[in-house]
Design a protein around this ligand. Sequence first.
Ligand SMILES: *Cc1c(COP(=O)(O)O)cnc(C)c1O
Length: 428
Amino acid sequence: MSDTNQAWFERALRVIPGGVDSPVRSFRSVGGTPYTVRSGQGAYVTDVEGTSYIDYVQSYGASLLGHAHPDVLRTLRSALELGTTFGAPTPGEVLLCEAMIERVAGLEQVRLVSSGTEAVMSAVRLARGYTKRDKIVKFDGCYHGHSDALLVAGGSGVAQLGLPGSAGVTAGAVGDTIVAPYNEVPTLDDTVAAVLVEPVAANMNLVAPLDGFLAALRAECDRVGALLIFDEVITGFRLRLGGAEEYYSVTPDLWCFGKVIGGGLPVGAFGGSKKILASLAPEGPVYQAGTLSGNPLATAAGRCVLELVSPRDLDVLTASVAVFADELRDAIGASGLFALTPTVGPLMGLFLSREECCAPRNFHEAKALCENGLYKAFFHEMLERGIALAPGAYEIVFTSLAHSRDDLATTVACALEAAAVTAKVATS
Ligand SMILES: *Cc1c(COP(=O)(O)O)cnc(C)c1O
């Protein structure tokens, strides 16, 4: 069998549903055959055909340092020699939790899990157990992983594939989930255990919280005794080392983390005050567990990343993303198309439109821009030029610390050409 993307994808299709292990990786919404990655290095991925791309997927935010960072690899190699999983406490998990707590003000205790999904699912269970209430509030277009109760009005792949929620999720499972529009503060009552929010919505492309939204949510939660949960699976240790709390000066009761804290390996975490975390088994009545939770390899890689990244690194990334966003917007604008490249710190969105428009404030507005058909053509024109954006209009553009000024300039030059072609295709 020849080593082509097509051949590998056909082979994948035979043994893996849709050929992918996570729907966001499929090219369903943009069409065509996915590239199959053989390796990654820094800002780049290389497919099985030997073609390299400047990668803005970066494992959907799990790689903050870029791929195969030498220090992370060295750390992993030495951790590997000591054994990979024991089912007993290890120093590595303590060290990772300490590193997180040092960086996030008010975070007193953390429980490690193996994915963002597990982190949020567990935080919601904890909030319900702690408050002895049933209802949770989430926001339309926010994605919190694929646990049943949260798979309603989600962003990311759920939005991309046009699924209202998911088959297989019972009405009962989502019966206690209330969905509110992003950037509007819902009026709560004392049946609400928790309000769950992406402090910067990054799964409906990028939608920033309006001034005062998070603070008003905090106040409304306090009014009725509900917990505020920040899902920082994307924003954690990326927006700032202290995450959204540091950026917006709003403190949640519970935090959920994932992506960055695994250093490219599977890790999730949730945490908060000792008082709330005391409700977790074995101390309290809320059960939560995991055979591979706090895995030695994953915790070693995660801690290595947290120790390598300085506040200054994130400031530098933020500054270069701000310039990149302006240049990209202007390059696309030169084609006659209109681009919005909203940024929040180093996070950047990319919306394409035929007419001038304002930054979306909620899922309804984001959706109109993500579903206008322009992204699909632009995505393929960029891919042909060696730039890998996410294969879906609802994802954000992940720039890593490994992306050089040259990489960003190359990307802007490609965008100028890609947009010109897209504009022609779109009007013909
Ligand atoms: C990716 C993501 C999750 C789910 O994390 P997984 O590791 O994919 O399970 C949850 N919340 C947010 C905000 C995410 O972006």
